[in-house]
Design a binder for this molecule. Structure first.
Ligand SMILES: Cc1cc2nc3c(=O)[nH]c(=O)nc-3n(C[C@H](O)[C@H](O)[C@H](O)COP(=O)(O)OP(=O)(O)OC[C@H]3O[C@@H](n4cnc5c(N)ncnc54)[C@H](O)[C@@H]3O)c2cc1C
Length: 552
């Protein structure tokens, strides 16, 4: 095997001292690697490399080893860049054009202290970046970063030897390799043992904020969110959703709701702790989750009241958080013409968001869906996949795959509205939404005392990554309590069985439907976007000594 190294510069490792360069050249020669300096590549075809001096070379495999290049989109960002296209920043790491935009590491160049793109510079910028991001939000002074001029470079030479370079100093040998190996392993070990949980968003993480909360926060109405933050957030949301938001000028202490003549209204409430850190997405999930109770009853939403606990923070941050949370919810309410009538907001140690929702029957004849109305012989249909409990438990331990979390969020953002509509069209006998008690807990609530359900574990729709997470023994806090509710036959360890106890957020509808309509309803659900909808079991009679559930 022949290896050849073409280098565009007149010599390799131009920033290194002559002894280090010589050590690397010796190592290349010892390894039989031919070196051609001053050989700029002009073009590459399949199997051939063309140099600017007219020479060419054939190859079987080509490794391009180039320096960092700026991302193309930066040129269109409107931010000033250096000659190579990297974002130009001040020593505070702020863009020259927008003080709220920070850039550090390979994407940026400090205008007054430019340095090559290397991790050794990036890591030292990180603490300054973290400090300045926080302080710019608090209106406090920013720190300036002075990058070091020199750094220790340890280059592996193969054969467990390495060379060290720092300014005029250079050393080569096996001991340098052991030194490098120790440093590299210690660095990587810091990422192998991550803290078991994400840091909680408590005010001590922003010690500066404690100045405002040096006293123990008040209880009762003293814990309300400041009037200004609330007014400002609502005023901005009202500009965007004028029909759906309360008019502060006309607001009374209680909202007035018209009652449909001779009709009925349905009410429900659901509140969630923070599940995702993006407040807008959190608002959408909480809204969907609360509305699901109405859909499970065959109702469409008319109005909602928000119940919000905002983490202790500076008023400006609380206003922004509130606006994002309610903005997310309003994005869900808008297509349904569901009004946000008002609500109540508190300050507390952690975020919670929920909605009390009012609705009216979806069916023009006033027919509703009920939980306890299953009929023997009914098929059981589940509209959305299971697994949010275990996936988010894993996410909190920093062990989940981001793609699995994305899929779980997409599932939670899918409204059950169309599923409820189709359930009514196909004469579903009973319905509920699957949430905190898990599939089995909610199914138990649907069964009459003389009824039992047989469930096919293989048919259960599952979110990607959920079975692996359950197989790894990662359960949500509610899992054990759900499993302890009893009446489920014991079985060998099986992640699909554990799925029955996994608590869901904004989960699917569990429907009972006559066997003759089940396949058609399932098909129409899939066509309506519930791609994982599945028939998962059926309802039968149960003798007094028999279990409520039979698993197949
Ligand atoms: C093979 C190799 C060896 C190196 N060896 C060394 C060395 O020994 N010593 C040294 O000091 N430096 C070394 N470097 C350079 C060093 O890795 C970089 O300078 C450093 O990682 C820069 O850190 P950063 O955080 O700015 O960027 P990165 O570490 O590149 O991180 C940027 C992150 O942004 C993500 N990202 C990119 N685009 C998007 C997008 N549109 N949306 C969301 N995320 C996005 C990327 O996936 C990536 O995770 C080496 C580089 C390479 C490639």
């Amino acid at each position: 095997m022949a290896l050849t190294l073409y280098c565009g510069a007149p010599d390799i490792l131009q920033g290194y001292n002559a002894r280090a360069r010589a050590a690397v050249k010796q190592a290349l020669a010892r390894a039989g690697i031919a070196l051609h300096c001053g050989s700029r590549v002009q073009q590459v075809d399949a199997g051939t490399l063309y140099l600017t001096d007219g020479r060419s070379a054939h190859f079987d495999n080509l490794f391009w080893c180039t320096g960092a290049v700026a991302a193309h989109w930066l040129a269109d960002s409107g931010l000033r860049t250096d000659a190579d296209g990297f974002v130009s920043v001040r020593d505070t790491l702020q863009s020259l054009d927008d003080e709220m935009i920070f850039a550090a590491g390979d994407i940026a160049t400090q205008r007054d202290h430019p340095r090559p793109k290397a991790g050794v510079y990036a890591v030292r910028q990180a603490p300054v970046l973290a400090h300045n991001l926080r302080n710019v939000l608090l209106g406090r002074p920013l720190r300036e970063h002075r990058p070091q001029r020199r750094f220790l470079s340890l280059l592996s030479l193969g054969g467990r030897r390495a060379t060290a370079d720092r300014g005029p100093f250079s050393a080569t040998g096996a001991w340098v390799w052991r030194w490098k190996d120790r440093i590299d392993r210690a660095f990587m070990a810091r990422f192998e043992e991550l803290p078991p949980r994400m840091p909680a968003r408590f005010p001590e993480l922003l010690p500066e904020l404690l100045a405002d909360h040096a006293r123990v926060p008040c209880g009762g109405c003293g814990a309300k969110v400041g009037g200004d933050s609330l007014r400002m957030a609502l005023a901005r949301l009202r500009q965007r959703y004028p029909r759906l938001c309360p008019d502060p000028a006309a607001a009374d202490d209680a909202a007035v709701l018209p009652v449909p003549a001779g009709g009925i209204q349905l009410q429900s409430i659901d509140i969630l702790r923070e599940l995702v850190s993006d407040p807008w997405v959190m608002g959408r999930i909480a809204a969907n989750h609360a509305l699901s109770d109405l859909y499970a009853s065959g109702a469409r939403p008319l109005a909602a009241l928000a119940a919000v606990t905002l983490p202790f923070a500076a008023p400006g941050l609380q206003q922004r958080e509130l606006e994002q949370l309610l903005g997310g919810a309003l994005a869900e309410f808008e297509p349904l013409d569901c009004q946000l009538l008002g609500g109540h907001s508190l300050q507390g140690p952690e975020l919670a968001l929920g909605f009390a929702v009012q609705g009216e029957p979806l069916d023009s004849g006033g027919r509703l869906l009920h939980k306890r109305a299953l009929v023997e012989g009914d098929c059981l249909l589940l509209t959305k996949p299971l697994g949010t409990g275990t996936l988010f438990a894993r996410h909190m331990q920093q062990g989940a795959d981001g793609r699995d979390i994305d899929a779980a969020i997409a599932m939670m953002l899918q409204s059950n509205y169309q599923a409820a509509r189709l359930a009514l069209v196909h004469g579903a006998s009973a319905a509920t939404d699957v949430t905190g008690f898990g599939l089995l807990g909610h199914l138990r609530e649907m069964l009459a005392p003389q009824q039992g359900a047989s469930l096919s574990l293989a048919a259960l729709p599952v979110l990607p990554g959920a079975l692996a997470s359950l197989a790894a023994g990662i359960y949500s806090t509610m899992h054990e309590a759900n499993a302890g509710l009893g009446n489920c036959p014991p079985g060998p360890p099986d992640p699909r069985r554990e799925l029955l106890f996994d608590p869901q957020t904004s989960g699917g509808l569990l429907l009972g439907v006559a066997a003759a309509r089940a396949e058609l309803l399932c098909r129409e659900l899939r066509e309506a976007g519930y791609s994982a909808a599945a028939v998962i079991g059926e309802i039968g009679a149960r003798g007094p000594a028999e279990e409520s559930f039979r698993l197949t």
